[in-house]
Design a protein around this ligand. Sequence first.
Ligand code: ASP
Ligand code: MG
Length: 487
Amino acid sequence: MRAPELKPGDFQPRRRTESREGRRSGRFPNAMIVMKFGGSSLAGPQAVNRAAETIGGRAAQQPVVLVSALGKTTDRLLAIARAAAAGDAGRTQRLFDAWRRRTARVAEATCPQRRRSAVRDMLDAHCAELSDALAQIAAAGALDGKATDRAAAFGERLSSLIVTEALANHGLAGVHVDARSVVVTDERQGEVLPLFDETRARLTNRVRPLVAQGKIPVLGGFIAANRAGETTTLGRGGSDYSAALVGAGLDAQEIQIWTDVDGVMTADPSLIPAARSLKVMSFGEASELAYFGGRVLHPATMLPAMEHDIPIRVLNSRRPQAEGTLIVKQAEAAATVVKSIAYKENITLIDIRSTRMLMAHGFLAEIFSVFEKYGMAVDMVSTSEVSVSLTVDKARRLPQILRELGRFAHVEASGGQAIVCVVGEGIRYTPGIAAKVFAALEGIRIRMISLGASRLNIGFVIGEGDIEAAVQKLHATFFDGGGPDTE
Ligand code: ASP
Ligand code: MG
């Protein structure tokens, strides 16, 4: 059984807020903001209500809302799908029931009283559809990309319906829009590429008019559909990317990412209690941070924002009055030069030495064609005349890659490594930063070093066991005299 099609009227509150926003939108058709709430900002009834209040507080700015699945839901759905594929019916049922109970508890506690039974029916219909999908997975005895996307999508499909109801409960004109009818991707599964022009056209036709009517559209992040209408997803953490695509497609004024920390920090606050939040950073800095382990934003988020020059603001949903971090095209270098220190675990370092005496031309091309063949992204590279070192962050297909490289080179792979990355616009024209970095790291074994062409960052590879010491020493070196925004 499929969930019933949602008609635009289904999730509107009966009591309409007055039409001030509607009139405003006539005068300022482009003055929208995108507000994206992450899973931890929707982890229970209290958090969902807080998100609804925060949205209400910004109703005059014509928000378009994107939501992640309720905290940890995607992990749970994937575990359920894996249990089904493994043929473990008991575990599948147990996990499914727990997920359903939790979703029902949040949905029923946050919807308008009069909508309770409709919300229960809506949840039942989705559960029936997920059950069907799980039965198919169990029958196949395997989990392919399509089935994975289909199962994972229930998180955002439901959270977007739940938040729409919560808005109604706060007297706000929320209206649910199935993101799969708006965000279009190519035909692959798992990590797809969005088709921007098509997505923009659909946003213009379906979402913009709702905003013009004074409504608050609510879409699930992460989920999309290909041209054939099959459910796809933008990859783990992809709701940020959805928010940026929607913001760019609607020419929004600002893309707000509501999360559970005070914006982008000088370092991971769980490692460095003294970490501070940054007021402003550039798209370039934010991209480097996201790629190299900054936990706040999905790396692809900056691309649409950068291309359409729309600022991103990272905000704390627990402290909505705090100003958060603004990410813009140009941000001045901080007095501290370095703005943030990020790290990424689970890195494999691969050292490749040519079996010929010196590196013949074509050696690099040969190496990279192997990575290309297996679709494996390389994060960091450093070369000398006879050797190449590089890092990858996925173990999948590594054995085949190593075997192929072994045909023409000596290859050595070490797992359990980490990339630590020091980021800041000022690095490119401030002499002596590298020396300061390496002085701070004295005594820690560095396996590889890279100063990227953007020269916004200095990255290096160390063993995972050294992360804490390295980040602490670097943070003390660069920030003990004050934060990047304190001159
Ligand atoms: N819910 C998805 C995930 O956990 C997407 C997201 O939250 O950004 O990966
Ligand atoms: Mg996220």
